[in-house]
Write a protein that binds this ligand. Structure first.
Ligand code: AMP
Ligand code: GLY
Length: 417
């Protein structure tokens, strides 16, 4: 079986590792991939957003299954384009990918189907937004409607900061067309959790739970990032919460998909805020999370390629998906300056000295004259599995400390109580 994984970050490295453990005979390609992925798959030099070149490649190589990692090609309609050519794609079509590509679309969906979420209003011109400054009090949550590489959410502490944010979003067009519409939401408090689900036309199956750490510094300080680390399972999950998520969120979501003609096939990532045991939806993403995938997939004992095929055949409900009881901790090592502008090209040392049972997923690396150097904001995702979370956390941290590059930054509190 020939599989093409689209993307080249830590998430795609984790997906490739998981697929490479399949019982089946698999020939794996990745576009563009990265040096870590290159040990498992043949890397093809096509960018993840070049959907026409990817389609041509998939057709010419008779790829049996395409797995799409990032959101951009999904919102561009890579699944629709490839399916037209007879290629099977794990990842939602363009219409369903709007659940990530437009915050306003998702808010309407959630409200229409009575799924708990923060109250909201949307604005398409700066003046009315300025008039509405502080409508829900402060902090004021402002979200660019479209995709903004995880940076389109601004949480303004006071009126002064809110006015600056509105000017940036709708005046200076900091997020380009993504900010043509702005969603303002009630500010939610509580604990965040990531609930990723496999979804086909009949079934929605939650994966093992995880928690992401979005801020750059320990103690949840500093600006938001794409995610500085995760652990699984999320300590706030218990049976009562799982049941609530199922009845109040998962079932109504699947019913909503059916009623609205959203033929979803792939991964739905539900960002949740949990307060007093009550879950509310913060956002939908239509793909695996990064760095959630790195932790969660290390706990998957079933065959990922088989699950993906079952999703595409709408027989997910027949699958028995098994997770191991271990704890996993993933710590991201990032470049100096990240999440602002960051340095590149620093030599990464110590990769050969990590424990053999620790996975070092490559996120932003490249090979230069035979050396592995930094090439992105998030560079590596060092991931350890153990019997307890504390052991996994210590193991991940000990191995992070064996790796070095100039200016590296990482959090020491991922998975700590
Ligand atoms: P989003 O891209 O919508 O997930 O937002 C990014 C991050 O902003 C979330 O992970 C939360 O930490 C925070 N956030 C988003 N919406 C809200 C909200 N309504 N209340 C509080 N925090 C929020
Ligand atoms: N870790 C959050 C995301 O993948 O969007």
């Amino acid at each position: 079986m020939k599989i093409l994984v689209v993307g080249g970050g830590g998430r795609e490295h984790a997906i490739c590792k998981c697929i490479s453990e399949s019982k089946r005979e698999i020939e794996m390609y990745a576009a563009p991939g990265n040096p870590g992925i290159g040990k498992l798959a043949q890397c093809v030099d096509i960018k993840a957003d070049n959907v026409s070149a990817l389609t041509e490649f998939a057709v010419s190589q008779s790829i049996d299954l395409v797995v799409v990692g990032p959101e951009v090609p999904l919102t561009m309609g890579i699944a629709d384009m490839m399916q037209e050519k007879g290629i099977r794609v794990f990842g939602p079509n363009k219409k369903c990918a709007r659940l990530e590509g437009s915050k306003s679309f998702t808010k309407k969906f959630l409200l229409k189907h009575n799924i708990p979420t923060a109250g909201y209003k949307e604005f398409t011109d700066k003046e009315s937004l300025l008039e509405a400054v502080g409508i829900y009090g402060y902090p004021m949550v402002l979200k660019a409607d479209g995709l903004a590489a995880g940076k389109g959410v601004i949480i303004a502490e006071n009126e002064h900061d809110a006015r600056i944010a509105i000017e940036e979003m709708m005046g200076e067009k900091k997020f380009g067309d993504a900010g043509n519409k702005v969603v303002v939401e009630e500010f939610l408090t509580g604990r965040e959790a990531s609930c990723l689900c496999f979804v086909d036309h009949n079934t929605i199956v939650p994966m093992a739970s995880a928690q992401d750490y979005k801020r750059i510094f320990d103690g949840d300080k500093g600006p938001n990032t794409g995610g500085m680390g995760t652990y699984s399972p999320n300590v706030i999950f218990d049976e009562a919460l799982e049941e609530k998520i199922k009845t109040k969120i998962l079932i109504p979501t699947l019913e909503g998909f059916k009623k609205d003609g959203l033929d979803f096939q792939g991964v739905l990532f539900i960002g949740l805020m949990i307060k007093d045991g009550e879950p509310k939806v913060i956002e939908f993403n239509t793909r695996f999370g990064d760095p959630e995938a790195e932790s969660i997939l290390l706990r998957l004992d079933s065959d990922l390629a088989e699950i993906m095929e079952a999703v595409l055949d709408n027989r997910l409900r027949e699958m028995e998906i098994k997770w191991n009881d271990d704890a996993v901790c993933c710590i991201v090592m990032a470049s100096a300056g990240y999440p602002g502008s960051y340095t590149k090209g620093a030599e990464i040392k110590g990769l050969d000295s990590v424990d053999s049972d620790v996975c070092v997923f490559h996120a932003g690396t490249k090979l230069e004259n035979g050396k592995t150097v930094t090439a992105g904001g998030r560079v590596l995702a060092v991931t350890a599995r153990a019997k307890t979370l504390e052991e996994a956390r210590c193991k991940a941290l000990a191995n992070v400390e064996k790796i070095s590059f100039k200016g590296s930054q990482y959090r020491r509190d991922i998975g700590a109580r």
